[in-house]
Design a protein around this ligand. Structure first.
Ligand code: SF4
Length: 316
């Protein structure tokens, strides 16, 4: 059982650019795993493709570096097969909200009990800074000839309306705050999403960097205060209250200007998790996951007869 932050680090060389927000997110994940005292062998970190895709290499847990835009199917499959493990999926905004947008929407419908973290810098950093789906309209990156004329995706709103049940935003420069968000996300029963604003100083020095209007400071970011903003929808709320709260939450998700809110936007404690729904329809197999199913007896003989299946394959 690891209980020291160094137990969650690896010796693999890290070649992210100096000043990249990825470092803060990496540290926050390691700190959250340590604070929750999650054993290294009980956590799996999945990543997509991009600079952020290297993150599992630097965390001393199981790690799977998957393919572009497909991190969620891999991660959901692992959690459904073995509900006992802690699963974190992560990737860039281009990976998750460009090519991976369909999987993002489908994942919301399932509400598998895991956490998805998007490293959001508005560009495809690994491929030299092309505009990504979250780049604000009117911003020109180092790589592009003109300002971005497309509208940007709002990850917070998209996550809420597609069915994620814990939705938050953090900033890579506020590691303690982000660590606490990750702890809350992992502890939530259902699909959690954290949109992490981070700088890519190499290819996008107009957003979220020390040179930009959105420099990380009290002038440009503020923390949602739960005494004045209530993100939680529970069965104590009647239907009307739930709709009223949801309306306020969606309005808040559109606040992304000179003052950007960070913190928990939405937590729905009513919607059942995928595992609960699965248990409801497979009563005879309740709590028996594929990973815990015995496939051999004490003499290592297969406990399932698959000879018919093999015959079928051979005959084909
Ligand atoms: Fe970070 Fe951008 Fe460098 Fe990638 S290209 S490591 S996102 S600063």
């Amino acid at each position: 059982m690891a209980n020291n932050i160094s137990d969650y680090k690896t010796d693999i060389h890290n070649d992210w650019c100096a000043g990249c927000g990825d470092f803060g997110i990496l540290n926050s994940i390691q700190m959250a795993l340590c604070e929750l005292n999650i054993a290294n062998h009980n956590a799996v970190i999945f990543s997509g493709i991009g600079c952020s895709g290297k993150t599992p290499h630097f965390i001393n847990t199981y790690g799977i570096h998957t393919i572009h835009g497909r991190v969620l199917p891999f991660a959901q499959g692992a959690k459904i097969s073995n509900p006992q493990i802690t699963v974190i999926a992560l990737g860039g905004d281009g990976d998750g909200l460009g090519i991976g947008a369909g999987h993002f929407v489908a994942a919301g419908r399932r509400n598998v009990d895991m956490t998805y973290i998007i490293f959001n810098n508005g560009v495809y950093g690994l491929t030299k800074g092309q505009p990504s789906p979250t780049l604000s309209q009117g911003i020109k990156t180092k790589n592009s000839i003109n300002k971005n004329i497309n509208c940007s995706i709002n990850p917070i709103e998209l996550a809420i309306v597609t069915g994620f049940t814990f939705v938050a935003r953090g900033h890579s420069f506020d590691i303690q705050h982000l660590k606490n968000l990750i702890i809350s996300a992992i502890s939530h029963k259902g699909l959690s999403f954290i949109d992490v604003i981070q700088p890519c100083p190499t290819y996008n020095d107009d957003m979220h960097t020390v040179n930009s209007a959105n420099t990380f400071s009290s002038q440009s970011y503020y923390k949602l205060n739960q005494s004045t903003y209530d993100p939680i929808i529970s069965d104590r709320d009647n239907k009307l209250t739930q709709y009223e709260k949801l309306n306020k939450i969606l309005i808040k998700s559109h606040e992304f200007g000179h003052k950007i809110p960070i913190g928990v936007f939405y937590q729905n404690n009513i919607i059942s998790s995928y595992q609960d729904r699965l248990n409801d329809i497979t009563i005879s197999h309740k709590n028996i996951s594929p990973a815990s199913t015995k496939i051999s007896d004490s003499n290592h003989n297969p406990s399932t007869d698959i000879s018919n299946l093999i015959d079928e394959i051979i005959l084909k």
